[in-house]
Each structure stands twice: as structure tokens, then as C-alpha cells.
Design a protein around this ligand. Structure first.
Ligand code: ZN
Length: 146
């Protein structure tokens, strides 16, 4: 076999996922607060701190949602329907944070630049973080008009 042979990579390389939810502190923070509350009511995830100023490779203000692989098939489509006008970066966590953010992610809403020079190409895989939410509503249920 030549050295150019490529074999498909197993999805077992993905240890968990992040969704980074971007907002503008001046105009869309309340939309982001609403979405964060809705996520916490429906999904066992770890909601990260509010970053009102740019941090790491991220374009601007955002908060992180760390979630287990098993939640992908419900959380991601739910975000597709409920992101409003916010941009969301969804990326896997493998052992290469740079590729995770630059080569493997996708966007819900308007794509934003990534400052990938801030990212290492090697890191320990990040298993799903301990959830800090207490979901009590089903993402499958119709909206509850209170
Ligand atoms: Zn991330």
C-alpha cells in the first residue's frame, strides 16, 4: 500500500460535542438568555459561563454548551429550530482542537470567523462534562404558552 492510502476515521474519535452560542451583548443578550433557559429546561448539558467579551478562538461574546454524544440527535435539531437570529458553532471534541473548530464544525445561523491561531493541534479528548442543568420539559413537546 502506498503512503497516500486513506482509511475512514471512526466516529469513536469523537468524545463529546460543544455548541457555542454567540450573541451581541448590546442587542441580542436577552435572546441568548432565553435560549439558555430553554436549553436548561430540556437537556442535561453543561452550560458554560457567559463571556461578554471575546475569548480564545471565538469571534465575540458567547457561551458554551458541552454535551454528550447521545444528545446530538435531539439537541442539534432543536437548536436548528430555536436559535432565532443567533449564530451557533457546533463542533466535535477529538484530540485536535484546531481541526475540531476549523475543519469539522458546522454553523446554525450565520457563520462567523474563527481565530484558529489560538488553538492547539493536540489535546486530551474532552469527555462530556457533568451536566449542570435540571431538565423537566421534553424537547419533543409543543411550546408551552404560559
Ligand atoms: Zn468548543
Amino acid at each position: 500500500m502506498s503512503e497516500t492510502t486513506i482509511t475512514p476515521r471512526p466516529i469513536a474519535e469523537i468524545s463529546s460535542y460543544h455548541a457555542h452560542i454567540y450573541y451581541d451583548p448590546a442587542t441580542t443578550r436577552s435572546t441568548a438568555e432565553q435560549l439558555r433557559d430553554w436549553i436548561g429546561e430540556r437537556f442535561a448539558v453543561q452550560l458554560g459561563r457567559w463571556h461578554d467579551v471575546r475569548v480564545g478562538p471565538h469571534y465575540g461574546a458567547m457561551f458554551q454548551v458541552a454535551f454528550a454524544k447521545e444528545l446530538f440527535a435531539t439537541l442539534v435539531p432543536w437548536l436548528m429550530l430555536n436559535h432565532g437570529d443567533l449564530s451557533i458553532l457546533v463542533h466535535p471534541n477529538t484530540v485536535n482542537p484546531r481541526r475540531d473548530h476549523v475543519d469539522y464544525p458546522f454553523w446554525i445561523g450565520t457563520p462567523l470567523p474563527i481565530h484558529d491561531e489560538k488553538l492547539p493541534s493536540v489535546s486530551a479528548p474532552e469527555d462530556a462534562q457533568q451536566p449542570n442543568t435540571t431538565p423537566h420539559l421534553s424537547p419533543w413537546a409543543a411550546p408551552d404558552f404560559r
